[in-house]
Design a binder for this molecule. Structure first.
Ligand SMILES: [Zn+2]
Length: 142
């Protein structure tokens, strides 16, 4: 009997710790979405100032993604074939909120520029103008 009770207690504890983990994940997403909202309204003004045009950001899904490669902390895929845009962020970026903010600013500027450019050009031109106006520190501009 004691063994059975111990086993049940263990299983309940395990389920609770999994739930807690999921809750943390949700909190992370909430943090990212809230930052994203604030940054987007600032980007709208900056974009208008620089281009004279209204910013039309696509819908963007967010994925906390540990699989991002090439030493990158985050990435952005433009909408394609009827799919929404996708912002991937490594869990590591969530450890520091100030850093996380700049990571989101960086990826959202890619969304503003709105097209895939060759690797050597993707952080020039309009990207750079918006980045400077947003105050994105140089070390986070590429
Ligand atoms: Zn970039």
């Amino acid at each position: 009997m004691r063994n059975i009770i111990n086993k049940i207690v263990k299983e309940i504890t395990l389920v609770n710790s999994i739930n807690n983990h999921l809750m943390e994940g949700n909190d992370d997403l909430k943090t990212i979405k809230s930052l994203k909202g604030t940054i987007e309204s600032e980007l709208k003004q900056v974009y208008k100032k620089i281009t004279g045009k209204d910013l039309n950001l696509p819908e963007i899904d967010i994925k906390i993604d540990d699989e991002i490669k090439n030493g990158k902390i985050a990435g952005f895929n433009h909408p394609k074939n009827g799919k929404k845009g996708l912002m991937g962020i490594k869990p590591k970026a969530l450890e520091d909120k100030e850093y996380l903010k700049w990571v989101i600013v960086h990826e959202l500027i890619h969304a503003c520029v709105g097209e895939d450019l060759p690797k050597h050009k993707e952080h020039d031109g309009l990207f750079k103008k918006i980045a400077d106006e947003m105050g994105l520190p140089k070390e986070y501009q590429d």
